[in-house]
Design a protein around this ligand. Structure first.
Ligand SMILES: Cc1cc2nc3c(=O)[nH]c(=O)nc-3n(C[C@H](O)[C@H](O)[C@H](O)COP(=O)(O)O)c2cc1C
Length: 226
């Protein structure tokens, strides 16, 4: 055997070993699948029958901060109260949508401002930095019903984050409209989200102990809590 032939065989063996080693290294997808670290993977696995285990929860809410009118001498808005119950039950993080321009203290004036915002399909600015929604698997989006739907400030939030691939759940407080069109809005906005059934609580009952019980029962019913 001449030297050239021996060298050729050595090169072939080295290349073969190299190919074998490369093929047995874990690829990105394998690592994500093994550790469950892929967000898409994690969220798609959440169904109505799964528990909260390992899933990260964000409770997003908007609530009036001035001219409060729920219950006796409220210190926080009705929806804020319900958001607190959801946070306490799930142990999740919260994010409050704070408008750059405050709404009036006066109820009737707020009705007028909100009506004009809706008629003009406005997107009022949000004051505080948006949360990094990529960090979460389950996102609650709660607010009062304003003129039958999410206030336009909530629509600003929805336009600025991508909740596709996540479990998304509406909740509202209201004085008769229930969930309004909030579930339909979320489904239209995020066609690849798993939008679960929401909870609507009468504004005047938001701070009652039965409201907290309702929250726990609802979270159990939709499979978020065991
Ligand atoms: C501008 C405005 C519009 C409202 N529109 C509706 C409505 O269409 N349907 C309804 O049931 N309640 C409506 N409400 C009542 C609120 O949804 C209800 O009082 C809610 O609990 C307030 O929540 P908050 O304290 O978190 O802001 C409206 C209230 C305001 C201020």
């Amino acid at each position: 055997m001449n030297v050239k032939r021996i060298l050729g065989i050595i090169v072939l063996v080295v290349v073969a070993i190299g190919l074998f080693v490369f093929d047995t290294l874990p690829k990105n997808g394998d690592v994500a699948a093994a550790t469950g670290s892929s967000t898409t993977e994690a969220t798609q696995n959440v169904t109505n029958s799964d528990s909260l285990d390992g899933k990260k929860v964000l409770v997003v809410f908007f609530s009036r901060t001035k001219g409060l009118y729920g219950g006796d001498t409220p210190t926080i808005g009705n929806t804020h109260q319900v958001a607190n119950y959801i946070q306490e039950t799930t142990g999740g993080d919260t994010y409050e949508i704070v408008p750059a321009k405050e709404y009036p203290t006066n109820y009737k004036e707020t009705l007028e401002v909100a009506k004009a915002e809706q008629a003009n399909n406005e997107r009022p600015a949000i004051k505080n930095p948006l949360p990094n929604v990529k960090d979460y698997d389950i996102v609650f989006v709660g607010s009062p019903i304003w003129w039958g739907e999410y206030p336009m400030i909530v629509r600003t939030f929805l336009d600025q984050v991508d909740l596709n691939g996540k479990v998304v759940i509406p909740f509202t407080t209201h004085e008769g409209s229930g969930l309004g069109n909030t579930k339909a809005q979320l489904e239209a906005q995020y066609p690849k989200a798993n939008v679960l059934d929401g909870l609507a609580i009468r504004g005047g009952e938001a701070s009652s102990t039965t409201a907290k019980e309702e929250v726990v029962n609802w979270l159990t019913k939709i499979g978020i809590m065991k």
